[in-house]
Write a protein of this length. Structure first.
Length: 603
């Protein structure tokens, strides 16, 4: 590569880095708008506190003058000491108020960002959420936003204090003696040159730092959640080693970051504290020549040594700025993810009934087509079962019906209306889905049920839980419906969690119900009861049911056999069982599996 090309690449990389920081900051500005009054007041109070912080320096200067002039009295010393003490106390109080107000503004921004992300995640395709590890989204919503609050809460008062202190001391020192003032601030230029180089070199690792930190968080979260499986199969060493490797990658990035920063970063600190090497000899020469008074010389020796300490605060602010900007960029990446299309104006948006239709639907994840030109009509009030091998596209059809995604081709209709034209709040009143992977919030059973119907009475909840065969289990718990189920419903068994979610679906009372492997965790004893509950659910409703356990769908109005993203057979159980085809094979396999006994007696 030629020098010109290398130079161009370097310039491009640097411009991209600056743009990354700039775009991250711009992403946060809209959230800062409502909090501006808080920061304005905080800045004003911080400025007042800074002025009060300079009063003790002025008092020391006056005492030096009085002592050297032999014109000092005990009363005057008390008065000056009282002024210094009052200023210190006032500064403490006002600084505390300034920080408190800046925290209010920062907390408001933090709240707005998290609300915006949560609201946005509720309106984007589920694929974006499911394809990302939970630790990555947790890092953005929790860690990055939390770091933003820590920065904003202290940046405004600290920035104002640092700048005002530096400017005020500079003006004061140049007023006292411009020659020693130059000596005092002479090290500022080389110091900031060093810190610029240090931050530029370390900044090359910032994006990699953010990525590896997110990956490490995701790996740790996954290890903790999967620990029962790891222990069951005695894979502790393998899984822990994998997590350790992710942590080691993070440590390596942090080490490289620190090593690149260390040489010039250390030079920055040394140069800022080395101004005494110029103040003492320059001041000494001027004092010996009689062109500098003793009190002015002492003033610079006392005050000048700490004049540059405020610049260290600026360093921390600017060092954190790139980290905050990167967090802002990650937040913006989430918010930039395209939402599901909103209903078009002037088209029907309220379904006429609870019928369902897939009309020439094709759908793909990334580049892999999972449904190909699927057409299916589900009459109102009927139960339609979707069966087929794993990965055939059954769950994708259920997800499209719930509008977790939109198809790339074709339409999904409810009551003759394309669900893309049904507002989200209206769609939730028409469709309820019971997923194969059940989820309960770490809350009471009652509150988990009321997610489906916030106004549900206790009698309605009792009815729903009886139909779902979970009522007796709930009432047997110490706190009944007020029992807190734990994270992800951990205090309930898999079957119990599934039945609670079925009760929630019953309580929603929507015209269309989707059961995605709803009987996956139900024991044989309760399977008959669940079937009775589903029969109740079907009454007057449209049910689309996905099941591998074929015994649960023999009474379905129609069964759609899905294979490789296409519906290859359609009919009721008896009709399909009599035909040569995939359903007959699946039924024979099911019957064979049902007759298998584990082990042999008498051996």
């Amino acid at each position: 590569m030629s020098n010109a090309a290398a130079s161009t690449d370097g310039t491009t990389e640097e411009s991209e880095k600056k743009e990354s920081v700039g775009s991250g900051i711009r992403a946060l500005l809209p959230f800062a708008e409502p909090a501006k009054p808080f920061f304005y007041i905080s800045a004003l109070l911080a400025g007042i506190a800074t002025v009060l912080g300079l009063v003790p320096y002025w008092v020391v200067y006056q005492i030096v003058i009085l002592v050297l002039s032999d014109d000092v009295s005990q009363q005057l010393m008390y008065q000056l000491s009282a002024v210094a003490l009052a200023a210190i106390l006032a500064r403490f109080v006002i600084s505390g108020i300034a920080t408190y107000i800046s925290h209010l503004g920062a907390f408001r921004i933090q709240r707005d960002i998290r609300f915006s992300i949560a609201e946005h995640l509720a309106h984007i395709p589920m694929g974006y959420v499911t394809k990302r590890r939970s630790g990555e989204l947790k890092k953005i919503m929790a860690d990055d936003v939390e770091r933003l609050e820590l920065f904003l809460a202290h940046a405004i008062p600290d920035l104002v204090a640092a700048l005002l202190t530096f400017i005020a001391l500079a003006v004061w020192m140049f007023y006292v003696d411009w020659r020693l003032a130059i000596a005092t601030f002479f090290m500022v230029v080389p110091a900031f040159l060093c810190i610029s180089i240090a931050m530029s070199q370390a900044g090359q690792h910032m994006q990699e730092y953010k990525i590896t930190q997110g990956q490490m968080n995701a790996a740790i979260v996954e290890l903790v959640r999967g620990m029962p499986v790891v222990r069951m199969f005695n894979r502790d060493d393998d899984e822990v080693r994998s997590t350790e490797e992710m942590i080691q990658r993070y440590v390596t990035v942090v080490k490289d970051y620190s090593l690149d920063f260390l040489p010039f970063g250390t030079a920055f600190y040394v140069l800022l504290s080395a101004n005494v090497a110029l103040i003492a000899p320059v001041g000494g020469i001027l004092w010996l020549n009689g062109s500098l008074s003793t009190e002015d010389f002492l003033f610079f020796l006392i005050v000048g040594l700490g004049a540059l300490s405020s610049l260290v605060s600026l360093l921390f602010l600017f060092a954190n700025l790139s980290s905050i900007a990167m967090g802002g960029k990650l937040v913006q990446e989430v918010l930039d993810e395209s939402r599901l299309a909103t209903p078009a104006a002037g088209v029907p948006s309220v379904p006429a009934d609870g019928s369902v239709e897939f009309r020439n639907v094709s759908f793909k994840y990334d580049t892999h087509w999972v449904l190909k030109n699927v057409s299916l009509r589900v009459p109102q009030g009927s139960l339609t079962a979707l069966v087929g091998p794993s990965g055939s596209g059954k769950s994708s059809m259920a997800s499209l019906l719930s509008r977790f995604w939109d198809p790339q081709e074709g339409q999904v209709l409810i009551g003759g209306v394309d669900i893309r034209n049904i507002p989200a709040e209206e769609l939730s009143r028409f469709v309820t889905i019971v997923l194969q992977d059940t989820f309960l919030f770490d809350d009471t059973i009652a509150n988990n049920l009321r997610l489906a119907n916030p106004k549900a009475s206790f009698a309605e909840m009792e009815r729903a839980t009886r139909l779902a065969c979970i009522h007796e289990t709930i009432t047997a718990l110490p706190d009944g419906f007020d029992t807190v189920v734990g994270e992800h419903g951990a205090r309930l068994s898999g079957g119990e969690r599934q039945r609670v979610t079925i009760a929630r679906a019953i309580l929603a009372d929507t015209p269309v119900v989707v059961l995605d492997e709803a009987t996956a965790f139900v024991d044989p004893e309760n399977e008959i009861l669940i079937q009775e509950a589903i029969s109740e659910l079907v009454n007057g409703k449209t049910v689309v049911m996905i099941a591998h356990r074929l015994s649960t769908i023999t009474g379905a109005s129609q069964i759609a056999v899905v294979d490789h993203g296409e519906i290859v057979q359609l009919g009721n159980h008896e009709t399909l069982r009599a035909q040569d085809g995939l359903y007959k094979t699946l039924w024979q396999d099911f019957e064979s599996a049902s007759q298998i006994t584990v082990g042999k007696q008498g051996t």
